[in-house]
Write a protein that binds this ligand. Structure first.
Ligand SMILES: Cc1cc2nc3c(=O)[nH]c(=O)nc-3n(C[C@H](O)[C@H](O)[C@H](O)COP(=O)(O)OP(=O)(O)OC[C@H]3O[C@@H](n4cnc5c(N)ncnc54)[C@H](O)[C@@H]3O)c2cc1C
Length: 593
């Protein structure tokens, strides 16, 4: 670990402090909570005053860690990926994975110190005498991921595996697994994961070929799981087809697969190899061969996929949060550079073209922040028993996953470009942010699969868009500080986006428009949320300017052969790039210009 303390990143930062340098600083050493005006101001809108008072010290502490020690560890873990040992020195198939000490230290922060995996399931994490609200959990994930993305997969999938076991497993299985999985002792706890994808199908889950045989009073699984993140987890939830069950998704059952049997011996499955991945390099994804492995049935044998989809949806929300987090890191890195780098005698933030670039990366980051907090709050309401919130969450989750993960890719590249050539060099964080960004459009459903989920299921079957309409309409009614003309414009755009989604859902020949319709719903929802947030007295009013920019650039038509620059946008950029709080009276004229 000593090597980390003098790593090039730290040395570069110290050099910045010692004296003038030609290179712009990065965010190393900053507190990512203190830096994040949007998060600090929006959290009190979604947490009770008591929750915010009790939890803010933890946000602040994690923000400092994310900009400090965690960031250093993440850089090291990315450079020292996990290594699979398929056999021991006696030739026994005792496969195990070696991790760098930096990864292990991050695990301790996540599973022992903050106990992310347990905060939704038992009291006592972070000194709280109750479960943490989803808003707080996802805000903490958002801070953590600004430093480390790879480990959030094992953290989140342990959390979601616990959810599934609590909800669907028999009492006996709960008693066996939950105490181990809910432990805060990283050395002995059992972590979870989820293996679904096989060579025959990732999107097409019904093509799964893994077979489950019931023999001598227990289930045994045989098959080949092709993408297994957190490959050496202690418990994997997976889908398999019981012998004789129907083909397709209806014949799949859900199982919990322990890595060790009750007698302490290795279960009959092997990690055959690890994937050499573009990103998420700190975390081990592998291929797993099931050779008659013992597994426990979870829930009804005929409800496998239905149950598994609960885990998928929870993961999708977390993926949206992770994309929001990485975009925030990109914005912070770009801003700190733009405010300091000199070119042609000026700081580069003063140049109109550079400002435009900054807006293009800021806007998706701010949209995703508003979207994930609203979705997490909706989850809190659903957990409190509100049926309508449950349906609303049904559409918010894939919307966030689909669009935020997609936006993360150009945002990461845009942030690199603001830094210039150094952004392309692996010593700086941008290369890792670009590599990590891409997996968001693949796992837990590709962009197409999420867009189809939004349009055909959430809109077409669940009619969840009607609840979205009602919820957003109510928010607009309450935001009386915002001019009626602008709110009417938002209402009209919402109505058109809903209409498009309904048409695409109803007419199979329009399926190719599913992504366009889903994007429109995301953009208008985020614009309404940001407008209504700006109407709150203690919130920075520039969020309403973001909303107008979304309307103009994401939802409006424009002639590509006409100049885009407008006076209102130039004035908006002036306000957006000031470092002070912006008041509503400054913003209102620009909403109507
Ligand atoms: C690093 C990494 C880690 C992973 N970890 C895990 C894990 O831990 N557990 C797990 O279960 N899986 C995991 N996955 C697998 C991931 O979830 C799948 O790769 C993903 O769901 C896509 O499946 P596929 O690769 O089979 O592609 P396919 O399903 O073959 O898709 C190929 C293309 O076809 C498109 N497509 C498919 N169907 C349609 C349709 N109806 N309409 C339009 N387009 C369509 C897709 O959008 C995609 O562009 C991981 C993947 C990666 C890259």
């Amino acid at each position: 670990m000593d090597a980390l303390a003098t790593s090039p990143a730290v040395a570069a930062h110290e050099d910045q402090e010692r004296g003038p340098s030609h290179l712009a600083p990065d965010c190393a050493g900053q507190n990512f909570y203190a830096l994040d005006r949007g998060l600090r101001e929006l959290l009190p809108l979604y947490l009770t005053p008591e929750e915010f008072r009790d939890l803010e010290p933890h946000f602040d502490r994690l923000g400092a860690l994310a900009g400090g020690r965690l960031d250093e560890l993440a850089r090291a873990a990315d450079k020292h990926p996990p290594v699979l040992n398929p056999r021991d020195r006696f030739g026994r198939d005792e496969d195990w994975i070696d991790y760098h000490s930096s990864y292990r230290e991050m695990e301790t922060i996540a599973f022992s110190d903050f106990q992310f995996h347990a905060m939704s399931h038992r009291a006592g994490t972070l000194g709280m005498d109750r479960l943490l609200p989803a808003v707080a959990k996802y805000a903490l994930q958002y801070l953590f991921v600004q430093a480390e993305f790879g480990l959030m997969c094992p953290i989140s999938v342990t959390d979601t595996s616990i959810h599934l076991i609590r909800r669907f497993a028999s009492q006996e299985l709960k008693d066996y697994l939950l105490p181990k999985m809910l432990s805060g002792d990283v050395a002995t706890m059992w972590k979870g994961t989820q293996f679904m994808t096989e060579r025959a199908g990732g999107s097409d889950v019904g093509a799964i070929e893994t077979v489950a045989r019931y023999q001598d009073g227990e289930w045994r699984l045989s098959g080949d799981k092709w993408f297994c993140s957190h490959a050496d987890a202690d418990v994997a939830l997976l889908l398999a087809r019981p012998e004789g069950a129907a083909s397709g998704t209806s014949g799949l059952a859900l199982f919990a697969l322990p890595r060790r049997l009750k007698n302490g011996r290795r279960n009959a499955y092997r990690i055959v190899r690890l994937k050499d991945k573009l990103g998420t390099r700190s975390m081990a994804s592998g291929e797993i061969l099931l050779e008659g492995a013992v597994a426990y049935l979870v829930g009804e044998v005929s409800s496998g996929l239905k149950q598994m989809m609960e885990q998928v949806n929870l993961s999708r929300l977390s993926h949206g949060v992770r994309a929001a987090a990485m975009m925030r890191r990109c914005v912070n890195e770009a801003m700190v550079c733009a405010r300091s780098r000199q070119a042609f005698g000026n700081t580069i933030i003063e140049y109109p073209l550079l400002r435009r670039q900054l807006l293009k990366i800021t806007l998706p980051a701010e949209q995703s922040l508003s979207m994930f907090l609203f979705a997490a709050h909706t989850m809190d309401r659903a957990n409190a028993g509100e049926k309508e919130a449950e349906t609303l969450l049904r559409i918010l989750t894939p919307l966030l996953k689909f669009r935020a993960c997609r936006d993360n890719i150009p945002v990461a590249t845009g942030s690199m470009e603001v830094r210039g050539g150094n952004g392309y060099i692996e010593e700086w964080v941008h290369a890792r942010l670009i590599r990590d960004a891409h997996v968001g459009v693949l796992w837990e459903g590709t962009s197409n699969i999420n867009a189809l989920d939004i349009i055909t299921r959430a809109v077409g079957k669940s009619r969840a868009h009607r609840l979205l309409d009602a919820a957003l309409g109510k928010l607009l009614d309450q935001a009386t500080a915002i001019p009626a003309m602008f709110r009417d414009r938002l209402r009209e755009t919402l109505s058109r986006a809903l209409n498009l989604a309904e048409r695409v859902a109803a007419e199979p020949r329009l399926e190719q428009d599913a992504r366009t319709a889903a994007s429109a719903l995301y953009h208008v929802t985020s614009a309404i949320l940001m407008t209504c947030e700006a109407a709150h007295p203690n919130t920075d009013a520039r969020r309403a300017l973001y909303a107008r920019l979304v309307l103009e650039h994401r939802l409006g038509a424009r002639d590509p052969l006409e100049p885009m620059a407008t006076d209102w946008e130039r004035e908006a950029a002036e306000l957006i790039f000031t470092e002070r709080q912006v008041s509503l009276s400054e913003v209102v004229p620009l909403l109507q210009a």
